[in-house]
Design a protein around this ligand. Sequence first.
Ligand code: NAD
Ligand code: DAU
Length: 376
Amino acid sequence: MNILITGGAGFIGSHVVRLFVNKYPEYHIVNLDKLTYAGNLANLKDIEDKPNYTFVKADICDFERMLEIFKQYSIDGVIHLAAESHVDRSIKDPFTFARTNVMGTLSLLQAAKATWDELPERYEGKRFYHISTDEVYGALELTDPQGIESPFATKASSALHHHAYGREYFLETTKYNPHSPYSASKASSDHFVRAFHDTYGLPTIVTNCSNNYGPYQFPEKLIPLFINNIRHGKPLPVYGKGENVRDWLYVVDHARAIDLIFHKGKIAETYNIGGFNEWKNIDLIRVIIKTVDRLLGNAEGTSDHLITYVTDRAGHDLRYAIDSSKLKNELGWEPSLQFEEGIEKTVRWYLDNQEWMDNITSGDYEKYYEEMYSGR
Ligand code: NAD
Ligand code: DAU
């Protein structure tokens, strides 16, 4: 198979590229990325010389270029991750999100359709797998934690394991109700993907995953930003009261789910991906502070004073919680890591890879950071 992975120089994409290149030497993996501020080839240093790997710098919105790439590499499968992915940026610049996430996805769908329509086998053995987010479902209430028991509880339960802040969960059938320009653009792209199946029969699959964490995440997202700020003794900007709830999954477990679904998932299906691992932001932040202080050899409590409550994010979704039972029941997926192992590994990785972080946080980053947080 020749597989096109878009956004492979980003956070999740780089883990997916690494997994596929190492696990499937018989496949040719083409990583297509525009290398925006979020794309970083340093994320893929360990696999860049592998014979089954090719990097192509291109913009998914460039339809003619997408056609060329599909033809040049005889693409059989697409795993589409390229996107603008940060909610706060979408609040400041929604146009870029509509362009990349909506028009870019449409351009890829059209290129896949046009290329595969010309082949004798047409869509036989082909698939277009679109990576989406739980944010398209909107926000859930915080209620008494009488949610369903995590099917992963035996494996993942522990002192640090949280899994329910309410009774309701996002199901594959939950009606879309996006609130931010980011989630509205992702919802729109999901609708286009499904429309291409329903209208033209394109073999599509969509998955909606919860918040990912782990190595190589750009330090605009909560976990790497806070690890880096603690290391430098900088304030930790907690939006609102820190009571919003997110459902965290280790990025390698997301990549494993993508591999499984790409190979075994049913065409036209949607699968939710999540680890039943809900955390209130402020509780998670306290775990991060504790872990960073311990690993840096600081006394417990050293960095607690860095917590700084700031103006809330506009339209801030209160709670996300994914029910991934379908994926477990139909394809047998479950997370491989307990949360405390995942967070320890993650903090350690950022502390051990200061050079990676320093490269990213030099140049334009400082300006971005000032603009994002000044006056908050
Ligand atoms: P990211 O911002 O780290 O990476 C995005 C990548 O896409 C970058 O390498 C960037 O250069 C590339 N890109 C952006 N615009 C492009 C364009 N026009 N053409 C080609 N490449 C372009 O994002 P991420 O966090 O790795 O997310 C990847 C995907 O997974 C996104 O579709 C996102 O919506 C989805 N997702 C993310 C999470 C999460 O927690 N991070 C959770 C669920 C779903
Ligand atoms: O749910 C999946 C989504 O998770 C993905 O689709 C997005 O691409 C990804 O960015 C992530 O979105 P969030 O908005 O949940 O992630 P973020 O890391 O930006 O914020 C996590 C929570 O922490 C959220 O409630 C906002 C809060 N926060 C974030 C930042 C950056 C703060 O309190 N302070 C901050 O400085």
